[in-house]
Design a protein around this ligand. Structure first.
Ligand code: GLY
Length: 360
């Protein structure tokens, strides 16, 4: 079950690395890492760099796992979570269940810089963001609304009934299917909506940076689990789970099913593993093993979710690690890669993995 030497060898980390400008992120961070690297090259702060990087995803309506355009909760309301840690000052900030603000990572940074608190949630977080001058938006895009309605359509009682589809009185030949319900929507969007309805995703972006002075920071930001109960908070805004940075050791973060990461305090666990001498890839795999242990290594239950860790050590060694290899259980292309930028173009490198999935 546990990955052997071949999987370990797939990890991306050059030998004899030293502190240098370096940014890593989850697989959706090609542009984020490039922007963060530009800021590092111009001498900017590592936290400014990673936050500016993930702001690209947060403001992009096509990234349906983060910020504006993120998939909503079960009520159709987008609620965002984010956290930041700044290595040099050893400070942290976070927000959870934040509505109406496109860039929760910036609000988390403002919590860190402008308050004596570490975390604000819900209505209080929104009032704080307003006070800080953040503009408000309706974060539910048309694409996300279609996906949310598709999800509601997919829920049926044991008799196959659903209040959100046309009822018993509907003319038999005219019953609404997805295609007729959304006549102007292309097939690709409808197929995607059906996928995310059946397999609620937990996308997220984590981004970690190191500069040539050896300073480090990290950020994680997400719209969380699609169709969640209002107020559900995942791992992303929890310092020690979704992100952790110890200036003496390195940084770590996570994407995927937050509930399982919270139960092992993944990012902090990885930092402690590295503090005690593990390579980043070993540190991440050990964290994943703790997740597997929480399920008694029962692969049929573990197969029902995905979880990924990212680690960047202070000496410039790094890794991405996934619970599973191979295709996702919904048949989509595997995201089991992570992004690295060491001064040129951002590139994807393979994650090491704990368990091998042979088919979707
Ligand atoms: N990792 C994102 C979440 O579970 O909300």
């Amino acid at each position: 079950m546990v990955a052997g030497p071949a999987a370990l060898a797939a990890a991306g980390a050059p030998a004899a690395a030293v502190a240098r400008n370096l940014v890593i992120s989850s697989a959706n961070g090609l542009r984020a890492c490039a922007r963060a690297m530009e800021i590092l090259k111009s001498g900017g702060d590592t936290l400014d760099a990673v936050v500016a990087g993930v702001n690209i995803n947060e403001e992009d309506p096509e990234d349906t796992s983060v910020g504006y355009g993120g998939l909503p909760n079960e009520d159709g309301v987008v609620e965002l979570d984010a956290s930041v840690m700044h290595g040099p000052t050893r400070r942290a900030g976070a927000v959870a269940s934040l509505r109406n603000i496109k860039t929760p990572s910036k609000v988390a940074k403002a919590v860190m810089e402008q308050t004596d608190h570490v975390m604000l949630v819900g209505e209080g977080a929104l009032r704080f963001a307003r006070a800080m001058g953040f503009p408000e938006y309706d974060l539910l895009t048309e694409k996300a609304r279609i996906a949310w309605l598709t999800w509601k359509q997919s829920l049926k009682d044991p008799q196959g009934h659903n209040n959100w589809t046309d009822g018993l009185d509907a003319p038999r030949e005219k019953k609404l299917g997805l295609r007729r319900m959304f006549p102007g929507v292309d097939d690709r969007t409808l197929a995607w909506a059906w996928q995310v309805a059946l397999h609620p995703p937990t996308g997220t972006i984590n981004c970690l940076a190191l500069n040539a002075r050896g300073e480090m920071s990290g950020v994680t930001t997400t719209s969380g689990l699609a169709w969640k109960i209002a107020g559900r908070v995942g791992d992303s805004p929890l310092i020690g789970a979704g992100v952790y940075v110890d200036q003496d050791v390195g940084g770590a973060g996570s994407t995927g099913r937050g509930e399982e990461n919270i139960r092992i305090a993944g990012a902090h666990t990885i930092i402690e593993n590295m503090r005690h001498g593990m390579e980043p890839r070993e540190a991440c795999l050990d964290a994943l093993q703790r997740v597997a242990r929480n399920f008694d290594n029962d692969v049929s239950r573990l197969a029902q979710f995905d979880l990924n860790f990212y680690a960047l050590r202070k000496d410039g060694r790094y890794a991405g690690a996934s619970l599973w290899s191979g295709p996702l259980r919904n048949g989509k292309v595997s995201p089991r890669q992570f992004v690295v930028n060491d001064g040129g173009d951002s590139r994807l490198e393979p994650c090491v993995y704990l368990l091998e999935r042979k088919s979707a």
